[in-house]
Structures are given as structure tokens and as C-alpha cells.
Ligand binder design. Structure first.
Ligand code: SIN
Length: 489
């Protein structure tokens, strides 16, 4: 691995705590495997409860001085870190591809996306504003201050092993908080490479701590969510794990922001521009082989254009090249592990057993390896199939048909989760109606790629709460303190 990097010192296999590179106290390690080849890429410490507690304590000590750092100085640190990421795009992308499997082109895009959160929050750090408020009592003056909440526990997913780190750390550090970040067990090396760059950028020791665990993940999560020093948990992952972490966090009433699972509806109305809808669908459905929380999961197409649109999608996906992410010709890589590939297969088999039609793909690509699943297009989907109630998190485009706008909205909202939703129409009045009717936190209207550091990212219903990115993202890491001053005493 190191021989492939321009800067081999970005490849770290220890945790970063209080400015030091550390093994687990137990000496236990876990292997990080390349999802394409199943070959071992590296080994990381399986941190336990005592290691995690030490990291929290280091973050607490660092917080006491870091919180007083002037906003401009915090901005400069984040900007320096952003610059270092941009100088190391190729190496960071290689690490992402090796541990996550996504094609190099997507990995490069992720590095830029990840860096953009540091840039964005460098710009937000000096723009944290309180209010002056007219007090009810004329003898009093009232203002609010925004203060950093304290030590934050951040738990990040494997699908964007760099971007989901910076989307959480950027606002936390901009606000003046210190963090302990639990890197994803499947793909921890990107977070450790970012720690090396944070160190070079001059982020003070103890402000940014990265810990890794695989077998001990539950134990580490428990310490982060129950420790009294930790004041805030930001988590991206499944709804089931979110519920567990929320329960645990209730013992100390932590502030929470949770970005959980989605089941995005993608509606194509009869008046849509089909070229635009096709581009949107490819971007939304097949980005990193369908492994994003905002991927289209249920594609609802008006019956009058159903077969035409379906055929155009098939004509496009048959040109995709599935393979090892390191091969520049690869357009779509493997799934993260065999469990993920099996879940995708289960959704396909369930749909077919209930009457769905396989129009393309539909099977694992075992010749390539245990984690590969073919790009799949399913037609004649119906409510009651697993795709309707579970996030597939894989490359399956599942097509439903509808006849009226009301029916499309009802189908779209027939879900316990509500993260992203998309629709395509040229009628501006319909655009407002449908955008307001969808029960989701994010709507793409005539666009399938909605991820942007300037946009508030987050969901409603069982997709969680809180917003990441944007001018709102920093609020998640601050508290509002009110100060009332009597002027005639
Ligand atoms: C996610 O899948 O959780 C993040 C997707 C994105 O930021 O675009």
C-alpha cells in the first residue's frame, strides 16, 4: 500500500489521540480489507473502553483552551487543513478506493467534497452570531451568545470515509469544540490520513482525536454515548443503531444530531424532460453502486412514459463497467462486504417472488468476487415488497408505476423514513405542490445530485434530526446562552 502513495506517511495504522499515534492498550488489531480483492490493506487498533475514555479526557483538556481560540484562528486552522487535503487528493483518493472499493474517479470527487466542508466551515467560524433582544422589562437588556457545546463524540459511516468525517469535524472545530471521532470499522484509514493532515495543519493536540474499532464497536459507542464529559453525539448510520445510541445518550441527556437511513422516492411525471430525469436517476441511484443514504430507492414513473423511461435506463446502465475501483475504466465498484451483497440479492429475490420483472442484471457477480452485485433494473414493483420498507443500499433500480399526482405523493410518503426525495416535472406549479407535499428533509426538483456543503443535509421521520453542512450545521455544535443585564440597579 505505502509504495503506491506519493506520501507514504499518510498511511497510518494507529489511532490519533492527544496529538500522538497510539495502539490499543490491549494490543488488539483488526484487518482492513479491500472490498474488490478481499486482500488485506492494513491493520488498525481495536480500541476498547479504557482507550476511548482516555481520548475523551484528552479532548476535555484540549477543549478548555481551544474554546478560547479566536474565531479567525480556528478559521485559519481549518483552511490550512483544507489546503493540505487539496494538495493530497491523489493519495487520499487511493486510500478511499482501497478501503471502500469505490472507483478512483468517485474517490477523487469524494476528497474534494470532503475538503469543501473544511473550507465552508473555515468561512463560517468567524460568522457565529448571537442576538440582541428587547427584554420585556424596560430596565433590562438582553443578548444571546453562541458558545461551543464541549467535547463531541462523532460516529462516522464507511460509505464516505473522508467526507462524513469532515462534515462533522468542520462545524465542531469551527464552533470551538473538541472531538473524539470513531472512524468506521470497515474503512478507518481515510480518517487516520486526515488526522495526519490535521496534525500538519497545526490543529492543537487533543482537539481532533480519531479512534478505530471493529469488534469493540459496541463498547466504544457505549462509552461515547454515556460518558458525562461528552456533550454532543453526531451519528451517521442506520436507523436501528441510531435508536440504540439515542437510548444510551438519554442517561446524560446529550445533544444529538442523527443522519439515519433513507428510502428515497424518485418520481418522474409525464411532463418531465426525460433526458434530465435520466441524468438525475443515474446520479442519484448508482452513485458508489447505490450505497448512499440519499440514493433513489423507489422509482415512481407515470404509466404513460413508464416503458420508454425504463428502456432508456437499461440502455444507459448496460454500458457501465463493474470492477476493481483501481482500474480507471471501472465505473462501478463492489459493495462494501458480502453481507451487503447478500442483502441486495435478498431484495431482488423478494421482489421477483412477489411478481417483479428483472429487466437487467439481478444476480451477484461472483466471478469478480464475493462483494460484487450486478447493476439491476426491476420493473412492476408493488407495495409490500422489501424495497418499499428497507433501504436496499445497492445498485438496484426498482420501478413502480402510477397514474395520478396524488397517487405518486401517497406512494412516496408511504415510508417510516424521510431523508431525500426527487421528482421531475416541467410544470412550475406542480413543482411547488409536490416539493411541499413530500415528507422528507431534502428535495431534488429536476436534479439528482443534491449534496453540497452549502445545503442543509438531514431528514425527518425515522431518518433522524439535525442538519449537517450549510449555515445551520454549526448550530448543532453550539449552545445559546442568554445574558440579561439590569441597567437601573
Ligand atoms: C450519506 O450517504 O450519508 C451521505 C451522502 C452525501 O453526502 O451525499
Amino acid at each position: 500500500m505505502t509504495s503506491q502513495l506519493k506520501d507514504s506517511s499518510l498511511f497510518k495504522q494507529q489511532c490519533y489521540v492527544n496529538g500522538q499515534w497510539l495502539p490499543a492498550q490491549s494490543g488488539k488489531l483488526f484487518a482492513v480489507d479491500n472490498p474488490s480483492t478481499c486482500a488485506e490493506v492494513g491493520q488498525c487498533p481495536d480500541f476498547g473502553a479504557a482507550d476511548t475514555e482516555a481520548a475523551i479526557k484528552a479532548a476535555d483538556v484540549a477543549f478548555k483552551s481551544y474554546r478560547k481560540t479566536p474565531a479567525r484562528a480556528r478559521a485559519n486552522l481549518l483552511r490550512a487543513w483544507f489546503n493540505l487535503m487539496m494538495e493530497n487528493i491523489e493519495d487520499l483518493a487511493l486510500i478511499i478506493t482501497l478501503e471502500n472499493g469505490k472507483p478512483l474517479a468517485d474517490a477523487r470527487t469524494e476528497v474534494k467534497y470532503a475538503a469543501s466542508f473544511l473550507e465552508w466551515f473555515a468561512e463560517e467560524a468567524p460568522r457565529i452570531y448571537g442576538d440582541t433582544i428587547q427584554a420585556s422589562n424596560p430596565d433590562c437588556r438582553l443578548i444571546t451568545l453562541k458558545e461551543p457545546i464541549g467535547v463531541c463524540g462523532l460516529i462516522a459511516p464507511w460509505n464516505f470515509p473522508a467526507a462524513m468525517i469532515t462534515r462533522k469535524v468542520g462545524p465542531a472545530l469551527a464552533a470551538g469544540c473538541s472531538v473524539v471521532i470513531k472512524a468506521p470499522g470497515e474503512a478507518p484509514l481515510s480518517a487516520l490520513a486526515l488526522a495526519e493532515l490535521a496534525h500538519r495543519a497545526g490543529i492543537p493536540a487533543g482537539v481532533f482525536n480519531v479512534i478505530t474499532a471493529l469488534d469493540n464497536t459496541v463498547e466504544v459507542g457505549k462509552v461515547l454515548t454515556t460518558h458525562p464529559i461528552v456533550k454532543k453525539i453526531s451519528f451517521t448510520g442506520s436507523t436501528a443503531v441510531g435508536k440504540l445510541l439515542m437510548n444510551q445518550s438519554s442517561s446524560t441527556l446529550k445533544k444529538l444530531s442523527f443522519e439515519l437511513g433513507g428510502n428515497a422516492p424518485f418520481i418522474v411525471f409525464e411532463d418531465a424532460d426525460l433526458d434530465v430525469a435520466l441524468r438525475g436517476l443515474i446520479a442519484s441511484k448508482f452513485r458508489i453502486s447505490g450505497q448512499t443514504c440519499v440514493c433513489a430507492n423507489r422509482i415512481l414513473v407515470h404509466s404513460s412514459i413508464y416503458e420508454t423511461f425504463l428502456q432508456r435506463v437499461v440502455d444507459t446502465v448496460k454500458n457501465f463497467k463493474i470492477g476493481d475501483g483501481l482500474d480507471e475504466a471501472t465505473t462501478h465498484g463492489p459493495l462494501i462486504h458480502a453481507r451487503a451483497a447478500n442483502k441486495v440479492h435478498d431484495h431482488v429475490k423478494d421482489a421477483v417472488s412477489k411478481g417483479a420483472r428483472v429487466v437487467f442484471g439481478g444476480e451477484p457477480l461472483s466471478d469478480l468476487g464475493p462483494n460484487f452485485f450486478n447493476i439491476t433494473v426491476l420493473a412492476d414493483m408493488k407495495p409490500g415488497m422489501k424495497v418499499c420498507s428497507e433501504e436496499t443500499f445497492g445498485p438496484v433500480a426498482a420501478f413502480f408505476s402510477f397514474d395520478t399526482e396524488q397517487e405518486a405523493i401517497e406512494l412516496a410518503n408511504d415510508s417510516e423514513v424521510g431523508l431525500a426525495g426527487y421528482f421531475f416535472s416541467k410544470d412550475s406549479r406542480r413543482c411547488w405542490r409536490v416539493a411541499e407535499a413530500l415528507e422528507v428533509g431534502m428535495v431534488g426538483v429536476n436534479v439528482g445530485a443534491i449534496s453540497d456543503p452549502a445545503a442543509p443535509f438531514g431528514g425527518v421521520k425515522q431518518s433522524g434530526f439535525g442538519r449537517e453542512g450549510s449555515k445551520y450545521g454549526i448550530d448543532e455544535f453550539t449552545i445559546t446562552k442568554m445574558i440579561m443585564t439590569g441597567i437601573n440597579t
